[in-house]
Design a protein around this ligand. Structure first.
Ligand SMILES: Nc1nc2c(ncn2[C@@H]2O[C@H](COP(=O)(O)OP(=O)(O)OP(=O)(O)O)[C@@H](O)[C@H]2O)c(=O)[nH]1
Ligand SMILES: [Mg+2]
Length: 448
């Protein structure tokens, strides 16, 4: 991977399938030539030309807009042309094939963003934010990705990196001029400022972890006695008839997963077999699977029939399980839909799955319970890679301060600070191996 890549790349930049408009994007030195041959006309910079697009045999493939963005003021920093045509896959594939015939090559997934990064148009955090914005499943995830894309996260990281550069320089100065009258380290408060950096990294770690929690996909498992209405509730949450519902106790055997999007989170809801003692081997296996699924779930939705609230023995639940108690069938019991206090530690929601009463309140409660897990404010989108890099930086800086305290050796501190800065700079990609870059960009979609 290199910034000197001189290939011209092309890809369909709009989703697969048929739509009113589709875009083929070109980037690289031959983009303009290719587009001019395709349109058999001259293209002015930044002007939307309405043109016909021609095949090798001079037959029109389609007509639409061609826009030329000369380098460096383009998304990739290279010459870019966007061809907007009708969005049928035959048309777009014909246009792409023609661009390839004229000298472009097919872009790899994420290659446009990769070039944008390599040409210094965006940093790695912003490149990742583009992928996060495209893949956002909730409004929260999209808002956080937009903040990252605008550079909020990058600015904090760059500020931290600049401070570390300054403190490294001061540490080096104290090694180079040991006999000077002034003690550089104490005159410039190097150690206390490094302690401030440690605090900043720790706060950033909290923010990033909170962001990751907000954008992760959660799982919630429905448990309860047979016939409590677990499968009916899954169907109500899914707005679809995904699970079999009957009045026979023990209907559900397999665990059944369905994904829903609440206002703020994407969540897999897992329906399970009703918990009871049984001699039926198949039902026993269902109960075993129901219990096992609570071990990895983020949330337990404990469903009881409000007419006969026989709570199951739940001593097997993980100690730290986060639980919402759901009283179902209130159309029969007469209880009002919504939150009520049956236990201060766990929210209780009264609802009727089959009459769709109180289900919205349950969704709000799920959001509230899952999102209240993080005390810290999230401001931008974050990935495991960011948490790893910040954790590394924190660990290394903490250790280097301890070492300096023990040995008072500026040489050692200077070396240590180099590693801290490498970890911090890996976030924005100032220092990144080709392997890491390859891994990040290959997870993007083609055409981005
Ligand atoms: N009146 C009323 N009936 C309900 C409600 N929810 C579920 N039921 C009925 O209760 C019975 C059992 O519902 P299910 O959703 O299959 O219960 P389950 O907990 O999945 O049962 P198992 O799969 O056997 O563990 C069915 O006859 C449903 O129609 C409700 O809110 N009101
Ligand atoms: Mg069921």
């Amino acid at each position: 991977m290199t910034t000197l890549d001189t290939d011209t790349i092309a890809a369909i930049a709009t989703p697969r399938g048929n739509g009113p408009v589709g875009i083929v994007r070109l980037s690289g030195p031959k983009s303009l030539d290719i587009a001019q041959l395709l349109t058999r006309s001259e293209l002015q910079p930044r002007y939307a030309h309405y043109r016909s697009f021609f095949s090798k045999n001079h037959d029109p493939i389609d007509s639409g807009l061609a826009i030329y963005f000369p380098k460096p003021r383009s998304f990739t920093g290279e010459h870019v042309v966007e061809i907007q045509a009708h969005g049928g896959h035959i048309v777009l594939n014909s246009l792409l094939s023609r661009c390839l015939e004229l000298g472009a090559r097919s872009a790899r997934p994420g290659e446009f963003s990769e070039r944008s990064f390599l040409n210094g148009k965006i940093d790695l955090l912003q490149a990742e934010a583009i992928a996060d914005l495209i893949n956002a499943e909730t409004e929260t995830a999209a808002t956080l990705a937009t903040a990252s894309l605008s550079g909020t996260f990058s600015a904090l990281v760059d500020e931290l990196s600049a401070t570390l550069t300054e403190l490294r320089a001061l540490t080096e100065a104290s090694i180079d001029f040991p006999d000077e009258d002034i003690d550089v380290m104490s005159q410039y408060d190097v150690i206390s400022r490094l302690q401030e950096c440690l605090k900043t990294i720790s706060q950033l770690l909290d923010t990033v972890s909170a962001s990751q929690r907000k954008t992760q996909r959660y799982s919630a498992v429905l448990i309860g006695a047979p016939n409590a209405g677990k499968s009916s509730l899954l169907n109500a949450l899914a707005h679809d008839d995904v699970a079999i519902v009957t009045s026979v106790a023990g209907t559900t055997r397999d665990t059944l997963k369905h994904s829903i999007i609440t206002r703020s989170v994407a969540i897999d809801i897992i329906d399970t077999a009703g918990i009871r003692e049984s001699n039926d081997f198949i039902e026993q296996e269902g109960v075993r699977r129901a219990k096992a699924s609570t071990q990895t779930a983020d949330l337990v939705l404990n469903v009881v029939d409000d007419c006969q609230p026989n709570h199951i023995d739940s001593s097997w639940l993980p100690d730290n399980a986060i639980k919402i108690n759901i009283h179902n069938k209130i159309d029969l019991s007469g209880r009002q839909p919504g939150r009520f206090n049956c236990d201060v530690a766990q929210p209780c929601v009264a609802l009727s799955a089959t009459n769709n009463l109180g289900v919205e309140c349950l969704i709000d409660t799920i959001d509230e319970v899952l999102l209240s897990q993080g005390q810290h404010q999230s401001e931008f989108s974050a990935r495991a890679r960011h948490i790893d890099a910040l954790s590394d930086a924190h660990r290394l800086l903490e250790a280097s301060l301890v070492r300096f305290n023990d040995h008072n050796a500026a040489e050692l501190l200077s070396e240590d600070l180099k590693s801290v800065q490498t970890a911090i700079d890996s976030l924005t990609g100032k220092i990144s191996s080709d392997d890491i870059l390859g891994e990040i960009f290959s997870s993007f979609c083609i055409g981005k």
